[in-house]
Design a protein around this ligand. Structure first.
Ligand code: ARG
Length: 289
């Protein structure tokens, strides 16, 4: 008999599900105001570099078989490249955004308009402040919802009402991790990774209770926005600098796909920020396999 206790633990084989994403090129990217600690208007940004980084990300998704739609860059809205904030698109409901800062307010209508035209409406226009998938992360049948800096608790209740889904409020406490998608990543319907110190004690306890097997990220990996990642269930497109997190994900059977976005990081955003997932497909063939 083989001694099973000596057998190496096998990581499960992960399966990718093809996705559909919406991205907005950083043609008008700039850091002309500061609404998070990463932004410093005194540091110059290079739009050419930002565009090159963004194209690599877009092409990475396409190479993996995913569909990427592009929203034409709106002039005068330098943060519109962070498409995740533009809405929340669940399989049944599209909820528009309402931004916390006036500098980004006009983005809400730009995204809602595009989604309406793409046949992904009707777009519910919220009355409370929510910054889309920046703070509202769909994990299986629940929405993990951040608050503390941008999206409000009142918005969590509104999103629960509009989507009919359970919304779990998580309080963010570290200004560097001002959106939930900078502190927590959804790897699969029931798997997440997060940085515990970014959450209030009560929210940490809630995460421990709900996700006892979660990947716990190190501060150093979160500080390069390593948690601001996009997972298709198998491939994890993530910041190249988050090497510790990449190793932990590999041990669990995921396939890290490193992408570097130093220029776009100057706006306080990473890979997930630039990516809005559209959990629906209006193609006649139906949902991509
Ligand atoms: N400069 C943008 C802001 O502060 C960055 C948004 C990043 N997006 C995100 N999903 N975390 O609003």
């Amino acid at each position: 008999m083989t001694d099973l206790t000596l057998a190496p633990r096998q990581a499960p084989e992960r399966r990718a599900r093809l996705r559909r994403y919406l991205m907005t090129p950083p043609e008008h990217f700039a850091v002309s105001y500061a609404i998070n600690p990463w932004m410093d208007p005194a540091v110059p940004v290079d739009v050419g570099r930002a565009l090159a980084e963004w194209r690599i990300l877009r092409d990475t998704y396409r190479r993996l078989g995913h569909r990427v739609d592009e929203l034409p860059a709106p002039a005068g809205l330098p943060d519109a490249v962070y498409a995740a904030n533009g809405a929340l698109v669940t399989p049944r409901v599209t909820v528009g955004a309402r931004f916390a800062y006036p500098q980004r307010a006009a983005e809400a209508e730009v995204y809602a308009d595009w989604l309406d035209r793409a046949g992904l409406g009707p777009v519910a226009r919220p009355t409370e402040i929510n910054e889309g998938e920046g703070d509202l992360l769909l994990a299986g049948s629940v929405i993990l919802a951040g608050t503390g800096f941008r999206t409000t608790r009142a918005a969590h209740a509104e999103v629960a009402r509009l989507t009919g889904l359970e919304v779990i409020t998580l309080e963010l406490v570290d200004p560097r991790f001002y959106h939930l998608d900078t502190a927590l990543a959804v790897l699969d319907d029931d798997a997440i990774a997060y940085l515990p110190s970014a959450f209030s004690p009560a929210s940490r306890a809630e995460l421990e209770r709900r996700y006892p097997d979660a990947v716990i990220a190190a501060e150093a990996d979160a500080a390069v926005l390593g948690l601001n990642l996009v997972s298709d269930g198998r491939n994890v497109i993530m910041a190249a600098a988050a090497v510790g997190l990449a190793r932990d994900l590999e041990l669990r059977g995921y396939v890290p796909v490193p992408v570097a976005m130093p220029e776009l990081l100057k706006g306080g955003g990473g890979i997930k920020c630039c990516t809005l997932e559209i959990r629906r497909d209006t193609d006649p063939e139906g949902m991509v396999p």
